[in-house]
Write a protein that binds this ligand. Structure first.
Ligand code: PEP
Ligand code: MN
Length: 351
């Protein structure tokens, strides 16, 4: 339930609403908005009787949130949520960041080269998995903490914030200590202990849509994160399983405006894992920007032919340059601009 205050409600009136919600045995979440403040009610299992709240001074209306994912719904918060992962890299506003990098961190040399290429080609953030949820137990599983250390070093050198996946709830604190945004992958979208763990950490989370999940299930998964107090969530459409064999997954492009309508969270697109083919990454990225995506995440590898993971879908530097140029061109048509690459961090002064 959401208690919407009138535009001229006083602080004391808001405080009284909070107090009454707590007296009723629930928790209150005051949310100051551009026009007026709302106070969300959480901690209830079923419908809450709002009559006591309706009668309080300064209350304009009481809205019963009809969705099973309340805190991430537009009913709960009409304005877009802006998710900032580093200074100048914001999802959900006027700028579109491109996150780029290899599927997995393979070696220091590979990531240093990839990060330079991403930066030079116009990427705003670096991706790369240190913990890989591979379908086969015999496939490369990632470098673990050694990979996280490499990512953190490369962030220092390039200024690119780092996005990396966490697979195990027990690793969340460790991964959060290195990453700027934690990624929850498609295979873990309904790993509820993992969602709760990333909900309790003070870092933004990118939640990929489960390959077999409906949009509603995806939003309910986001709600598990929000429920633990973390509303810095970026949703990522990465393709779903259909009967079509020409692509690795089918990019559900309509999920972008639908999720944006149902939720205030930013929605980005992963054209690499959707199509699974390098030649589809540019056309799918064009579609993503045209449909209003709040960002793009793409695989880029310095030498895709020997990549340990997902080489066939990885771009090379020149492809990323082209993608960034096309994205910069297209963005103004949908009222946006591309997030620029970060300024090169200054060399430390020599004493
Ligand atoms: C990835 O981005 O590296 C990844 C494993 O993606 P997904 O979970 O979408 O398959
Ligand atoms: Mn991958």
């Amino acid at each position: 339930m959401l208690v919407v205050m009138s535009t001229d409600a006083t602080r004391d009136q808001v405080a009284r609403v909070v107090q009454v919600i707590e007296e009723m045995g629930y928790q209150a979440r005051p949310m100051p908005g551009a026009q007026r403040t709302s106070v969300g009610v959480v901690g209830n299992d079923g419908r809450v009787d709002g009559s006591r709240l309706e009668a309080l001074g300064g209350v304009a209306e009481v809205i019963h949130v009809s969705k099973p994912y309340k805190q991430v719904s537009r009913e709960w918060r009409p304005e877009n949520t802006l998710v900032t992962i580093a200074p100048g890299v914001v999802f959900g506003g006027g700028e579109i960041p491109i996150i780029a990098g290899p599927c997995s961190v393979e070696s220091e040399q590979q990531i240093v080269l990839a990060a330079q290429q991403v930066r030079d080609a116009g990427g705003a953030a670096l991706r790369g998995g240190a913990y890989k949820p591979r379908s086969s137990p015999y496939a490369f599983q990632g470098l673990g903490e050694a990979g996280l250390k490499i990512l953190a070093e490369v962030r220092e050198a390039t200024g690119l914030p780092v996005v990396t996946e966490v697979v195990d709830p027990g690793d969340v604190d460790l991964v959060a200590s290195y990453a700027d945004m934690l990624q929850v992958g498609t295979r873990n979208m309904q790993n509820f202990p993992l969602l709760q763990a990333v909900g309790g950490v003070g870092k933004p989370v990118m939640l990929k849509r489960g390959m077999n999940a409906t949009i509603e299930e995806w939003l309910m998964a986001a709600e598990y994160i929000a429920q633990r107090g973390n509303l810095d969530i970026v949703l990522c459409e990465r393709g779903i399983r259909t009967f079509e064999k020409a692509t690795r997954n089918t990019l559900d492009i309509s999920a972008v405006p639908i999720a944006q309508r149902l939720s205030h969270l930013p929605v980005i697109v992963d054209p690499s894992h959707s199509g699974g083919r390098r030649d589809l990454v540019l056309p799918l990225s064009r579609a993503a920007i045209a449909v209003g995506a709040d960002g793009i995440i793409v695989d880029v590898h310095p030498y895709p032919e020997s990549a340990l993971c997902d080489g066939p879908q990885a771009l090379v530097e020149s492809d990323l340059r082209e993608l960034a140029a096309v994205a910069a061109h297209l963005s103004p048509l949908v009222g946006r601009t591309l997030t620029p690459a970060p300024a090169v961090p200054r060399e430390p002064a020599v004493a």
